[in-house]
Design a protein around this ligand. Structure first.
Ligand code: DGY
Length: 311
């Protein structure tokens, strides 16, 4: 008999196909009446989570036999880890396999934001090159300081790429690391000491609104913000105002507070580059993430230790 699991959202095709071949999958996201669905599947022992659906104690209590929550993604901010811990539920994620891909996106955002590549491409497509002449000069990445807020596994891979572009690195973490880069004691100091502030922290209550007015003031009118972490880390209305009023030079964003809803005021800003949360979105990386999510489930139901346990 295949183990039964609940899927919180639609994953990509390959992952869905493997999940459906190895497990009996119940699709929470397709259920018109969530309460009835949970009552019907109250005996399920595994949950495969995708995306921002909040998985809290209330949902866990509706599934009293739940043993494992296997998340697709490194970020587990949608899952209440304390609630899982207190109920003895294992939580797994998909770290490392996405480091290169997210770091590529982060570096692309730095380059696109400073050099305004999307805006200059739009200029060409609109025929302005011919009618108005060359696109206005932008600013170089080389020689600038990248301040990495959250020098974890992804942050370190971003640092390598930024060094290759001739950037200097500083960082802030909750605790200092054994690395050659200068350490700043808090986000405000890091923002003051860098030209481009790169947010790579985990999401969740501990980092909620960390990028505040104070941090953006410290970044200043010549400074840029790049966020590949979670929208919740940035006070989004404040960021929007600072971009409009040119109180910072620009922002490159892959993540937003209420995805996929992005405040339309962002769309008209020439000093913002906006990506639709594509940090890890390649066929290869999404397959590797799905394989790891599935392997954790497979191992758990075979009575073996999971590979990447968070709780
Ligand atoms: C993650 O792994 O948390 C990413 O945000 C998903 O793309």
């Amino acid at each position: 008999m295949k183990p039964e699991i609940i899927l919180t959202a639609q994953g990509h095709a390959g992952t869905m196909a493997t999940l459906q071949s190895e497990f009996t999958c119940h699709k929470f996201f397709e259920a018109p009446d969530k309460k009835t669905f949970l009552e019907k599947h109250a005996g399920v022992r595994g949950l495969a989570t995708f995306g921002p659906l909040s998985v809290d104690g209330k949902l866990m209590d509706a599934l009293p036999k739940l043993e494992i929550i296997s998340n697709f993604g490194v970020g587990v901010d949608a899952i209440n880890l304390d609630d899982a811990r207190s109920r003895g539920i294992i939580v797994t994620n998909t770290p490392d396999v996405l480091n290169d891909c997210v770091a590529d996106t982060a570096l692309a955002l730095v380059l696109m934001t400073l050099r305004k590549f999307p805006q200059s491409e739009a200029y060409l497509r609109a025929g302005h090159w011919l009618s108005r002449g060359p696109y206005p000069l932008t600013t170089s990445a080389g020689g600038k300081t990248l301040g990495i807020l959250g020098l974890g596994r992804i942050g370190e891979v971003i640092a390598k790429r930024a060094l290759a572009c001739g950037m200097k690195i500083r960082y802030h973490n909750r605790s200092k690391k054994e690395v050659a880069f200068p350490y700043d004691p808090d986000a405000v100091t890091l923002a003051r000491n860098c030209d481009v502030l790169m947010v790579v922290t985990p999401g969740g209550p501990q980092t909620q609104g960390l990028i505040s007015e104070k941090v953006l003031d410290a970044l200043g009118p010549e400074g840029y913000l790049v966020n590949v972490a979670r929208g919740s880390v940035v006070d989004e209305p404040v960021l929007l105002r600072y971009l409009k009023e040119k109180r910072i030079a620009g922002a490159g964003l892959d993540v937003y507070a209420d995805e996929p809803r992005v405040p339309p005021e962002f769309f008209g800003l020439d000093n913002a580059v906006l990506l639709p949360h594509v940090g890890s979105a390649t066929v290869e990386t999404r397959k590797a993430m799905g394989d790891l999510q599935i392997e954790n489930l497979r191992r758990h139901f075979a009575g073996q230790p999971v590979l990447t346990r968070v709780v």
